[in-house]
Ligand binder design. Structure first.
Ligand code: G6P
Ligand code: MG
Length: 213
C-alpha cells in the first residue's frame, strides 16, 4: 500500500490536451505552418517554453529570445481563455472516486505538474482544496524527465520516495517518476508509454486493492 500518491494534472486529472492543442495550432498557423494532433503528442508533459521550441523546430522557424517570450505569452493567453469555462464536469472518469478512497484510507496526495496554470485549473474543477500539496511549473527549476517535481511532492508530504505512487500520462513524466525512485502507473497505452510499473487506460481501473498487489 502506498504512503502517498502524486498525480500529474493534464491528461490524468483533467483532459486539457485539446485546449493546449488548439492554442498551439493557432500559433503555428499564424507563423505559416500546420500543426497536427500527432505533433501535439510531443508536447505532453513538456514545459511551455520547451513546447514552443519543439513547435518552432517542426515549422523550421527561428526566433529570438524576446520573440519567443511574446509567442509563449500569446499562446498562454489563448489557452487561459479556452479553459476559462472549464468546470468539474471535465474531471476525468474515476478520479473523484479514487481520491475518495485515498481520503478514507488517510493516504495523502499531491499534484506534480509542469503547468504554471495548475492552481487555476484545480480551482476551476473544484479540487484545489483537496490536494495536500501542489508542486507545479512555478515551483520547479528542472522540467520532467528531471525528478524534481515528484521529489518535492514527496518532501512536502513527508514521505520517502519509494513509498510514493505516481500517475502519469506522458513519457517525460514516467521517466521523472522512475528517476525519483517511485512506483509509476502509466495512464494510457503501454505501446506508447515506456517503462512504467503498471498501466491503466483510465483512473476508473484504479483502486488501492490493485496497488497493494
Ligand atoms: C503539462 C502539459 C503540457 C504543457 C505544460 C505546461 O505538462 O502536459 O502540454 O505544455 O503542462 O503548461 P502551462 O500551463 O504552464 O503552459
Ligand atoms: Mg500529463
Amino acid at each position: 500500500k502506498p504512503k502517498a500518491v502524486l498525480f500529474d494534472l493534464d491528461g490524468v486529472i483533467v483532459d486539457t490536451a485539446k485546449h493546449h492543442f488548439q492554442a498551439w495550432k493557432q500559433l503555428a498557423n499564424e507563423l505559416g505552418f500546420s500543426f497536427t494532433e500527432q505533433d501535439n503528442e510531443r508536447l505532453k508533459g513538456v514545459s511551455r517554453m520547451d513546447s514552443l521550441n519543439i513547435l518552432l523546430e517542426i515549422g523550421q522557424v527561428t526566433k529570438s529570445q524576446s520573440e519567443k517570450e511574446e509567442l509563449a505569452a500569446r499562446k498562454n493567453e489563448r489557452y487561459v481563455q479556452s479553459i476559462s469555462t472549464m468546470d468539474e464536469s471535465e474531471i476525468l472518469p474515476g478520479v473523484i472516486s479514487f481520491l475518495e478512497e485515498l481520503n478514507e484510507n488517510h493516504i495523502p496526495f499531491a499534484l506534480g505538474s509542469a503547468s504554471k496554470n495548475a492552481p487555476r485549473i484545480l480551482k476551476k474543477i473544484g479540487l484545489y482544496d483537496q490536494f495536500h500539496a501542489i508542486i507545479d511549473g512555478n515551483s520547479i527549476a528542472n522540467a520532467k524527465p528531471d525528478p524534481e517535481v515528484f521529489l518535492k511532492g514527496a518532501e512536502a508530504l513527508s514521505v520517502n520516495s519509494k513509498d510514493c505512487v505516481v500517475f502519469e500520462d506522458a513519457q517525460s513524466g514516467i521517466e521523472a517518476g522512475k528517476a525519483a525512485g517511485m512506483y509509476v502507473v502509466g495512464v494510457g497505452d503501454s505501446a506508447i508509454l515506456k517503462g512504467a510499473n503498471d498501466y491503466i487506460q483510465s483512473m476508473e481501473e484504479m483502486s488501492l486493492n490493485r496497488l497493494s498487489k
